[in-house]
Ligand binder design. Structure first.
Ligand SMILES: [Zn+2]
Length: 163
């Protein structure tokens, strides 16, 4: 954790910060981009949201539970409670900056990749991994109740190691 103390400091001299636009999000200057994306989504960029957003979005596509993010925040010395982490994750989900993926009904992962995609769930280490093929489709979709349409299909393919 050698550099954990500096994690909250913006790095304006970072050469990546010269890039602009949402396309540059994952490789751009995280502090600048998080601020921009919060504001664009109508979420006020408070200190805590900025810090949590930095942890969430500054490292590429990720799948995190509230507990995992809370642990990262604690390691990065971000003064935040688990309840605030939950609230922030839900706010970011409402603002469509995150996508919720539920596994088991007990574990909720927050996905920084909000595009349509499905997941492998690695049972042995509780890890969620993107299925790279976006064209994965169900062969037969069940009849829908009258008056309803499909909002989204979340597929989680559970994997265990061969014995
Ligand atoms: Zn994903």
């Amino acid at each position: 954790m050698s550099d954990s103390a500096s994690i909250l400091k913006p790095k304006p001299v970072d050469s990546r910060c010269s890039q602009t636009g949402r396309q540059a999000l994952l490789t751009g200057c995280p502090w600048h981009d998080v601020n921009e994306m919060l504001q664009a989504a109508g979420v006020r960029p408070t200190r805590q949201r900025m810090a949590l957003g930095w942890l969430l979005f500054g490292k590429g596509a990720r799948h995190l539970t509230a507990e995992m993010l809370y642990e990262e925040a604690t390691l990065a010395k971000v003064p935040v409670s688990l309840a605030t982490v939950y609230n922030t994750l839900n706010q970011l989900t409402d603002a469509r900056l995150l996508r919720q993926v539920s596994v088991d009904g007990t574990k909720t992962y927050f996905d920084t990749n909000v595009s349509a995609h499905h997941h492998f769930y690695l049972e042995h280490n509780h890890e969620l991994v993107d299925i790279p093929d976006p064209h994965l489709v169900l062969k037969k979709i069940p009849d829908l109740p009258e008056g309803y349409e499909i909002s989204r299909i979340d597929m989680v393919v559970r994997l265990r190691k061969k014995t």
